[in-house]
Design a protein around this ligand. Sequence first.
Ligand code: MG
Length: 285
Amino acid sequence: MRFLSFREGGAVRSGVLSEDAVTVRPFAGAVSLQRVIESVEHGNATLATDSPIPLSQVELLAPLPRPSRNVFCVGLNYRSHAAELAARGFNGAKRAEDLIPPAPVVFSKVPESVIGPTAVIEIPAASSAIDYEAELAIVIGKGGRNIAAAQAMDHVFGYTIVNDVTARDLQKRHQQWLLGKSCDTFCPMGPWIVTRDAMNGNAARVRLWVNEELRQDGNTSDLVFGIEAIIESISAALTLQPGDVIATGTPAGVGMATTPPRWLKRGDVVKVQIDGIGVLENRVV
Ligand code: MG
């Protein structure tokens, strides 16, 4: 199943996408997808729905337009990405192995950075080095602490797409990554959440284009830390909650990995596609 959030006549609603992706069956009232996820995880699978609406008549929002807390992100989690950064001497590295961390590198983006699948990415005045990162994101269903890898999939509600847009200059200037990762509009998300039964999150092709030029083409089978290991690691420190979003890292091909770097500029259109989920397409202004 595919769960989504949308705006219809000024109201923010959530619903289920039809099999043919032509209509949305909205949940009754203005129930948020966050509440739907909590309900489903509490065993209430029979939420009331209204008559279907054509998808073309609604404005798609991020499935969790304002997550309950920061979006968790994993850095340096593809071997291919570690290799391209090592080739540029990132953090003094000489080889990919120098950058592959012994435990997941976890940082976050503030909830207010989230935008919808077709909303615009705004270049902040403070930065002149805007980069993109195509990522599969996990959406947590059942919360928990100290979740063992073997049980981790029971806690996955589904998957969505995140573009972990980054101001590389701010990321470096402030040492901690929060500001460079959390600028307003820097977390395009969507277009919907695909439930975990409908795809294999550990074998999904992840691609990104800038103005139709293919820049990233990876597969989550290349993750250094797969979905289960990420959930085990994060939940060893804190209690994961329903609706938590965890972006799993980006494959090779980011703008900072070329000489000279190729930063996003006004007018660019960034498209992220993950097979089995769909497409994000965001213009840069
Ligand atoms: Mg990232």
